[in-house]
Design a protein around this ligand. Structure first.
Ligand code: SF4
Ligand code: SF4
Length: 98
């Protein structure tokens, strides 16, 4: 199994490029389903991933946010910082199955 320290570093390196500009949000199909609650959008998911790595807190909200992502890549195509948001979310799921 892949070293989780490397995986954590790889995800963090990417998501920390986020400037929280919100350009990714308007294309996200799950943001609408979640009534605009940002935890159901790409920016909110990135925020939760950063918090998890910094504070180590796992909770139901985090899991629901991460597992309701469709990994559809729509957000990734919008990001001016070139963050592979969908792939980061997919990789991050590894940490929720430990
Ligand atoms: S578009 Fe990119 S930089 Fe902007 S909020 Fe989304 S992930 Fe962050
Ligand atoms: S990959 Fe996930 S966060 Fe990005 S637009 Fe699709 S459902 Fe939203």
């Amino acid at each position: 199994m892949r070293d989780l320290t490397d995986l954590r570093r790889e995800i963090l390196r990417d998501v920390l490029k986020c400037s929280y500009c919100a350009m990714c949000e308007w294309v996200c199909p799950t943001l609408d389903v979640g009534n605009g609650n940002r935890i159901y959008g790409p920016r909110g998911r990135i925020n939760l991933i950063v918090s998890y790595f910094r504070e180590g807190s796992e909770n139901g909200v985090l899991k629901e946010s991460i597992y309701t992502c469709l990994i559809c890549m729509a957000c990734t195509q919008q990001c001016p910082a070139g963050i592979n948001i969908a792939e980061d979310i997919r990789k991050f799921r590894t940490f929720l199955t430990q």
